[in-house]
Design a protein around this ligand. Structure first.
Ligand SMILES: O=C(O)CCC(=O)C(=O)O
Length: 287
């Protein structure tokens, strides 16, 4: 018996590679998370930058809570069973009237995980729709194997390497993921997806939480993850602790080590050494 998704949503996930919208909190609660982010940004002098956009659930208590949100984790359990790790998180922030975009890609390309059993819960902290650069995807594309990608390091591309699919994508098939604050979409790691710039006068903010069943392995280096449900009898990942206050110096140090190690996996084969390496600019890169 599924916990939160209907059988038809589960079927849609496996058939199309994407399902939405799933409400996991009220709009007011999502707006409160946005407010917390923006209070931090106001105090720290500007938009969240570089490595702080990745694995931010190790730095902020309200994101540590979000990755453990019962409704989100129930939805993941409906797809991948009861033993679950949050492998990483990434803020996808598109500033108002800004050229930032996400090229067509499959998430699996540089993540180094041994099999494509990874699902993203993309949490909308603002409305996300056709007008402000919502995510588009190609239904059914997750059933293809890994497709070759080329790195572009394009200036306004939010992906780590500006990677894009190296073959033609039939955009006439694309669908747009329309979400209200507090809703999520769930997408498969092999899904072909991307998004256009945000020409509106407000930010578009999504927080992408990547979950794996505990049996998945990292094969490109040492790695860590956060156990969010069940037990881990595999121990393929070092377990991460939960912060009890925001920007705790001990957690900042731990986060820096983990982010540097992850960057070595994601940027392997390039000159880039960390998320804050000037070669990895712009510093709003997300995943
Ligand atoms: O936020 C976006 O527009 C794209 C999100 C994305 O590529 C992802 O979550 O993998």
């Amino acid at each position: 018996m599924p916990k939160i998704l209907s059988q038809s949503q589960i079927d849609q996930f496996w058939r199309e590679g994407c399902v939405y919208p799933v409400r996991v909190m009220s709009e007011a609660d999502a707006i409160e998370i946005r407010n917390r982010l923006e209070r931090f940004e106001a105090e720290s002098g500007g938009p969240l930058k570089g490595a702080l956009r990745h694995k931010s659930h190790l730095l902020f208590t309200w994101l540590a809570e979000l990755v453990r949100n019962d409704k989100i984790v129930d939805a993941i359990e409906d797809l991948y069973g009861p033993d679950l790790l949050c492998w990483t998180t990434n803020f996808f922030i598109k500033e108002a009237a800004n050229p930032a975009f996400v090229s067509w890609h499959q998430d699996s390309t540089y993540w180094g995980l041994d099999r494509p059993d990874v699902v993203t819960a993309w949490v909308a902290l603002t409305p996300s729709n056709k007008s402000n650069g919502a995510m588009d995807y190609i239904p059914g594309s997750h059933t293809k194997d890994q497709i070759p990608h080329r790195d572009t390091f394009a200036k306004n591309n939010l992906l780590t390497r500006g990677q894009e699919i190296a073959v033609e994508v039939d955009e006439s098939q694309a669908r747009t993921v329309d979400l209200r604050p507090g809703e999520i979409s769930l997408h498969h790691v092999r899904l072909v997806h991307g998004s256009a710039p945000n020409p509106t006068n407000d930010r578009r903010i999504g927080f992408a939480i990547r979950y794996v069943p505990t049996s998945v392995k990292q094969v490109a280096g040492e790695d860590s993850a956060t156990l969010v449900r069940g037990t881990d009898k595999f121990h393929h990942f070092e377990h991460e602790p939960r912060p009890t206050r925001d920007m705790d110096p001990e957690f900042l140090e731990l986060h820096r080590k983990i982010a540097d190690r992850n960057a070595q996996i994601l940027y392997r084969g390039t000159q880039v050494k960390s998320y804050d390496d000037p070669k990895a600019l712009p510093d709003d890169r997300a995943a």
